[in-house]
Design a protein around this ligand. Sequence first.
Ligand code: 13P
Ligand code: SF4
Length: 365
Amino acid sequence: MGAQADFDDFRTLSDAEAQGRIRAARARLGERAVLLCHHYQRADIYQHADLTGDSLKLARLASTTDAGFIVFCGVHFMAEVADILSRPTQTAVLPDLAAGCSMADMANLAKVERCWRELGAVLGASDPQITPVTYINSAADLKAFCGEHGGIVCTSTNAPVILDWAFAQGRKVLFFPDQHLGRWTGFKKGIPLEQMVVWNPDHENGGLSRAQIEDARIILWNGHCSVHQMFQPEHIRRWRAQYPEGLVISHPESNLEVCQASDYVGSTEYILNTITAAPAGTRWLVGTELNLVNRLAEEMKPHGKVVQFMAPIVCMCSTMQRIDPQHLAWTLENLAAGEVVNPIRVPAREAELARVALERMLAVS
Ligand code: 13P
Ligand code: SF4
């Protein structure tokens, strides 16, 4: 073990220098470290991935890898899931602790507990069974809340089966933090839009009347993704006018109108697999983060497919983008020298309850 290398010594490395040091540190680490990468990672990080995936696939991979260090190139909640699902002898590491998810930050435990109390007070004994469902894009303490209250975690891949599971427990679901994923999933199940109400955590009773709460099937948290909110049905209409034969695919974090106007809706892994499997000569408009769309566009070119980004402006996941070659070089060199920087350790009790909700999800999906 040596002294921990300071990030300031890496900050000024050129990208080429950082890349060289990443390769050297990886060679020293060998199989002691595995690099998990979300599909939104920038190309200069993605190229180092051992394993890639959407949130569900990465959660499964984190629970099955044998490597001592799980270097998570993604955002904070993903590294927390890796810590919760891996063995105590393994360590999940996030190269930049500032790589959060702005949607996950839209719900916190204090606000969800207040919502739970207020729902309980309105519904009383008449409708005691509300099942809390948290999108995996949430902090570990919210997953623990779900574990403790008979709830579950979902991802963009398994939200439909998770909602079936939740409704098998009771008549109502509290879905947080992404209203759009919840609404689209409920809509596909035939739940009327007026029975999916939005809970505004800044108002008493979520800004809802007693009748609205009593009648609701899904109570949607007022959260969204700052990247996917940029996509609008107008972008699809204009593109279809130009390319009537083209196909549109969107992530379910997009709003309901965008999902309704798309030919396909699904997770990042689904988007990747669908376009990869499509015939040559097809043209695609894609409503998800720009790094993934740019990579797909390049990979599909030799196969005679055209892949285009949905929004006219650049919208990247700016937090995902924080994992850069300098941070990755710093993390890996320290690990190779026996120094663990940025370990993600969820407190034991919270991890235990969050694992309950995550394992329910893995069993159901
Ligand atoms: P996926 O699980 O589809 O990869 O989505 C994660 C995410 O944060 C999308 O914005
Ligand atoms: Fe979070 Fe949106 Fe980034 Fe996905 S794209 S990690 S939901 S901020």
